[in-house]
Design a protein around this ligand. Structure first.
Ligand code: M6R
Length: 371
């Protein structure tokens, strides 16, 4: 699969950098494939097949590994917030170990950009034996996963050469938004007005991502300031917990930094003991549902004399005198924040890797997919 119409800027020194910059186009590709812009609706191929199956469903299980698991976590929160569905979520290998019983009324959503990850393939085989309906999100046409599944949605992201998943992550989150809208219409849980508002927001996403990409030089300066750090603690709540987990993984795998992520509310239940001067905290605090709690945590951390780096929304001036460093992302619906807030971290991780002399495309000990 090719990414359509992406300008190849020759000055991209690494695939990871290029792929981060391809994100606006990937979002456009997904819109082109799955969104009817005029009718403001989500369109999936073979709707009869999927509709027939979905009508019978009374349980949803989300499965992924690594970055794909983090995208699934955002999906879980969307299903809960917009559909009132409490989906189960598991790491594919843990799911297999638990020998979970599923049946024909279970929808299993598997997420794997490569479509080749062994844990995922094994999990799919297991649930297919139990006659469950499998919907997979993958970037790989004709992959093993593609052949095994009942129904597949594609990331439309083109080849991702760099080891670190960037454009495939944000496209996975967008696919979850589309599934939420689709189910929301089917189950009459999302009003047409809200659906239109969300679809309009999706159409504006590429512009918003471009605004973040324009901060590249500033983020390079931030990378210069922090690249010698050995430890970073990362906090976020709800969608931003997924961002915190993904930020931790991105920084670990590309920069070898010890970056540990916590759910915001959990941090005070022990982990706060390990935060010291040499271990700054990165707090995801975009304006939206959980901003107040994030702001309170930032204040607490500052009272404890911690260095705090914050990701918040453009125009929010409340943290200027509190935080040590602020990175801004554009104003958006809270639902889109997990797409936007991770992008500055992808850029930071890239620059830190380069400053440390690490090839961000091929960090040590890792393969693009685990078989
Ligand atoms: O191809 P998959 O999405 O199944 O891969 C899952 C993980 O191995 C993958 O996301 C891994 O964590 C990446 N290195 C993340 O950048």
């Amino acid at each position: 699969m090719q990414v359509k119409n992406i300008e190849t800027i020759k000055t991209f020194p690494h695939s990871m950098f290029k792929e981060i910059f391809e994100q606006p186009q990937v979002i456009k590709n997904i819109i082109g494939e799955y969104v009817d812009k005029k009718r403001k609706e989500v369109i999936f191929n073979d709707p009869d097949k999927i509709l027939k199956k979905l009508k019978k469903i009374n349980r949803i299980i989300l499965l992924g590994c690594g970055t794909s698991y983090h995208a699934a976590l955002s999906g879980k929160y969307m299903f809960s917030e917009y559909l009132g569905i409490e989906a189960e979520i598991d790491l594919a290998d843990e799911f297999i170990a638990r020998k979970v019983k599923t049946d024909s009324k279970t929808l299993v959503i598997t997420i794997s950009q490569s479509g080749k990850t062994a844990d995922i393939i094994r999990a799919v085989r297991l649930v297919r034996k139990q006659k469950s309906f499998v919907l997979s999100l993958t970037n790989a046409l004709n992959s093993k996963l593609d052949w095994l599944d009942n129904f597949t949605l594609y990331n439309q992201a083109g080849e991702e050469k760099a080891l670190a998943a960037t454009k495939t992550y944000t496209s996975q989150i967008l696919l979850f938004i589309l599934i939420t809208l689709y189910l929301g219409k089917l189950q009459k849980k999302i009003t047409p007005m809200l659906r239109i508002k969300i679809i309009n927001g999706i159409i504006r996403l590429p512009k918003k991502i471009n605004q973040i990409l324009k901060q590249n030089v500033n983020l390079q300066i931030v990378a210069n300031k922090y690249y010698k750090l050995d430890d970073l603690l990362i906090l976020g709540k709800n969608y931003q917990y997924a961002s915190a987990l993904e930020a931790g993984l991105k920084l670990k795998e590309t920069t070898y930094m010890h970056a540990e992520s916590f759910a915001l509310g959990e941090f005070l239940h022990g982990p706060v003991a390990i935060s010291g001067k040499k271990r700054p905290c990165l707090v995801f605090a975009p304006l939206g549902k959980n901003y107040k709690e994030a702001k309170e945590m930032i204040k607490k951390l500052k009272k404890l004399k911690k260095k705090v780096i914050v990701i918040t929304t453009q125009g929010n001036r409340q943290l200027i005198r509190i935080a040590d460093k602020i990175i801004y992302t554009p104003k958006t619906l809270n639902l889109f924040n997990p797409i936007l807030t991770i992008i500055p971290i992808q850029i930071l991780a890239y620059h830190i890797a380069v400053l440390k002399g690490i090839n961000p495309d091929r960090p040590r000990n890792l393969n693009k997919y685990v078989i």
